[in-house]
Design a protein around this ligand. Structure first.
Ligand code: NAP
Length: 286
């Protein structure tokens, strides 16, 4: 709650959530925290991943029309709002043609309950099929110094169709900040415990790269997190990084990254530091 209030005070207007985060709890919390500021902000939520009740652990995918309808109703109720600014398909459900899912989501645009539609972690072909069904306003994918899958075609397709590119986990889920060095201090069901980049065979190499990023940041008199965010921001004016934090101080420091311009040499150094053993989360994609 304190972080959302700080974000509002600092002029942040885009809030990203999903029906599966905390199995609905995150939408409830965001709705409460935004309160009467609702009309001043953009709320983005997502559907398509089935979460374990009470825990929010992903169990599978379901983006069939009947479930899409239920999900939208539930998100609106939990957020305490009568419209979503942006509704994403969280992951493409391979058992349903993407046209069917997007077509059902588009019905809510016609009813005025959803303003724009987005898609997450799509291939260029899936993006173009989605866009042919209904205009896609935003494509959200993991994109950071450590995770570059989006550069293999989806980013170009987003540019072609004029969709904003929303870069999630731009801090490499915390690893790029230098603060997240092992899984031992993470909660039992923290998703990072299951990601290849934290596995022993990759971790040592990745942490060595994190040290090099810290050196680059040090030379620019900024933090590693700020350098990582500046790297994403410099990918284009159509690219919107959405760093996650529950810490108001981290939030303020991350906002300051928008004032940093990376010189070419620093950018090239960071460009060469892709993580080991990593294709991003890629649930349902990789
Ligand atoms: N579409 C999708 O499939 C998908 C998947 C994953 C995430 N997302 C979205 O993307 C958002 C961000 O992703 P994310 O949270 O996974 O990863 P992230 O933004 O790369 O990293 C978040 C981690 O970095 C830490 N952190 C943030 N700022 C810091 C700072 N200045 N110094 C030190 N540590 C810092 C946070 O801890 P503190 O709380 O301590 O700051 C947290 O552990 C999520 O909130 C979610 O909305 C979308």
């Amino acid at each position: 709650m304190a972080t959302v209030r700080t974000a509002l005070a600092e002029g942040i207007t885009l809030f990203d959530t999903a029906d599966m985060y905390g199995a609905g709890e995150n939408e409830r919390l965001l709705g409460r925290a935004l309160g009467h500021h609702r009309k001043d902000v953009v709320i983005a939520s997502k559907l398509g991943i089935v979460a374990m009740p009470g825990l929010g652990v992903p169990l599978g995918l379901n983006a069939r029309p009947a479930r899409v309808k239920k999900c939208v109703e539930n998100s609106l109720r939990r957020l305490g709002t009568d419209y979503l600014d942006l509704l994403y398909l969280h992951r493409v459900d391979p058992s349903v043609p993407i046209e069917e899912t997007i077509g059902t989501m588009a019905e809510f645009v016609s009813k005025g309950l959803v303003r724009e539609i987005g898609v997450c972690e799509v291939t260029p072909e899936q993006l173009s099929r989605a866009h042919a069904t209904h205009p896609i306003a935003a494509m959200q994918s993991e994109w950071s110094i450590f995770t570059r899958g989006i550069e293999e075609g989806s980013r170009q397709e987003a540019k072609r169709i004029g969709a904003a590119v929303v870069a999630y986990s731009p801090l490499g889920r915390g690893m790029l900040t230098g603060a997240s060095r092992a899984t031992t201090n993470l909660a039992l069901l923290d998703v990072r415990r299951f990601l290849p980049r934290w596995r022993r065979q990759n971790l040592a190499r990745n942490l060595a790269a994190v040290e090099l990023i810290r050196d680059v940041a040090h030379s620019l008199r900024c933090t590693s997190a700020q350098a990582a965010l500046a790297w994403v921001l410099q990918k284009g004016s159509d690219v919107i990084p959405i760093p996650g934090t529950a810490n108001p101080m981290h939030l303020r420091s991350n906002i300051a990254a928008s004032d940093i311009t990376l010189p070419r040499e620093a950018r090239e150094k960071l460009d060469s530091m892709q993580a080991s053993g990593d294709r991003g989360e890629g649930f349902g994609r990789n």
